[in-house]
Design a protein around this ligand. Sequence first.
Ligand SMILES: [Ca+2]
Length: 100
Amino acid sequence: MKSVFSFVFAFFFSTSVYSSTQVFKNFKAEYPNAKSLFKCATCHSQGTDLNAYGQDLHQFNLVFKDIEALDSDGDTFSNLDEITAGTLPGDENSAPGTQP
Ligand SMILES: [Ca+2]
């Protein structure tokens, strides 16, 4: 029985990692100039927990264009403005003009 749980856990964990990896690849393909955002913190707050941008992305079926006009983290800048500026669209403490 223990091996069944291990298998199920491994399956879902690997599926989750694959999914995040694919989304990460898609992000890089969609925004090739946003190199400062090629990191986990763009969509995740801690570990596998999604931040506001990651949650919106999943809510809109992982279609980046569909959430570009949104302000996921509520810092008054659209997600696209943040991505263009290289700031985190899911972190209200990261906004255009606030980064070194
Ligand atoms: Ca932000």
